[in-house]
Design a protein around this ligand. Structure first.
Ligand code: PBG
Length: 328
């Protein structure tokens, strides 16, 4: 015999805070948050980023204090991005391979401050590219295999500097295999790869591109980043990256792509990450500023939704604030 209403009442288990906590299906922990960190040359500066209200770029002498405070909050990983001065940009990412480049020194600065912190590094050419593209440009095309070779070398540079995981964000074909092979060949068998596997050609990256001055100089990124209309393709990309040796696969952006997070989480056997990108962050910040929702809602509800959709890890500009709320 089966009972429906009035015997079955969903509200019974929602009646008290204790019951709601008991049946809560999804949890968020500070160790599941990845904090992106923008680094710049210079001294003594924590620069506000105009298009990302409340977020900053750090000179390397100021990175240590930030990383220590993240660690104390329970955050266990940072994802490093370098803002490269224009005069160091070219078409082949020369500066990206400089062993004393800003990103390598940033890895060392983080490790010097908190040796246990997991350091992830962005691997892509756009911050180093005079064209603002993620790969080498030839005759107006972003060439794939030549770019993979540079990304593999760049990954080795980051591994030598002490990165725990390299994070290719470029969407070239075959770059995970190329990077894995180069790392093995250079004795970095334990350096991992967080692959931006399903990265969409999204309009939500604008504030990040202004933060790093890395907007494409011509065209767009649609010949390498994915079409926002596609779903099955995301699963194919993630499975391919897993097969090539990715340790973690990532979906990006976040909130408009929760279905993709779920599909990928159901398909792969490695942990899934999601990136709540700059446009999402800035929209939420503006909503809070205009009194449309509380800061706590703006921060916690989307982050919990990422976990519910199947993400183990969430890269978010709210990492520190979220950890603070979780610890309160
Ligand atoms: C570039 C890169 C981008 C982001 C991370 N790595 C921008 C892009 O692809 O143009 C976006 C992050 C964000 O918007 O927060 N390799």
């Amino acid at each position: 015999m089966s009972y429906g209403y009035p015997y079955v009442r969903g509200r019974r288990l929602r009646a008290t805070a204790a019951l709601r906590q008991m049946v809560q299906e999804t949890h968020l922990h500070p160790a599941q948050l990845i904090a992106p960190l923008f680094v710049i040359e210079g001294q003594g500066a924590i620069e506000p980023i105009a298009d990302m209200p409340g977020y900053h770029r750090y000179t390397l002498d100021r990175v240590g204090e930030e990383v220590r405070s993240l660690w104390v909050l329970g955050i266990r990983s940072v994802l490093l991005f370098a803002k490269v001065p224009d005069h160091k940009k070219d078409n082949t990412g020369t500066e990206a391979l400089n062993p004393d480049g800003l990103l390598s020194r940033a890895v060392q600065a983080v490790k010097a401050a908190v040796p246990e912190m997991c350091v992830m590094t962005d691997v892509a050419l756009d911050p180093y590219s005079s064209y603002g593209h993620d790969g080498i440009v030839q005759d107006g095309q972003i060439v794939n295999d030549e770019t993979c070779a540079i990304l593999a070398q760049m990954s080795v540079v980051h591994a030598r500097a002490g990165a725990d995981l390299v994070a290719p964000s470029d969407m070239m074909d075959g770059r995970i295999a190329a990077i894995r092979e180069a790392l093995e060949g250079e004795g970095h068998a334990h350096t991992g790869i967080l692959a931006y596997s399903a990265k969409y050609a999204s309009g939500f990256y604008g504030p990040f591109r202004s933060a790093l001055d890395s907007a494409p100089g011509f065209g767009d990124k649609k010949t390498y980043q994915m079409d926002p209309a596609n779903r099955q393709e995301a699963v194919r990309e993630a499975l391919q990256d897993e097969a090539e040796g990715a340790d973690i696969v990532m979906v990006k952006p976040g909130m408009p792509y929760l279905d993709i997070v779920r599909d990928v989480a159901d398909a792969v056997q490695v942990p899934v990450a999601v990136y709540q990108v700059s446009g999402e962050y800035s929209m939420l910040q503006l909503a809070v500023k205009h009194g449309l929702m509380t800061e706590e809602t703006a921060i916690m509800e989307p982050l919990l939704a990422f976990r519910r959709a199947g993400a183990q890890l969430v890269a978010t500009y709210y990492a520190a604030e979220a950890a603070r709320l979780l610890n309160a």
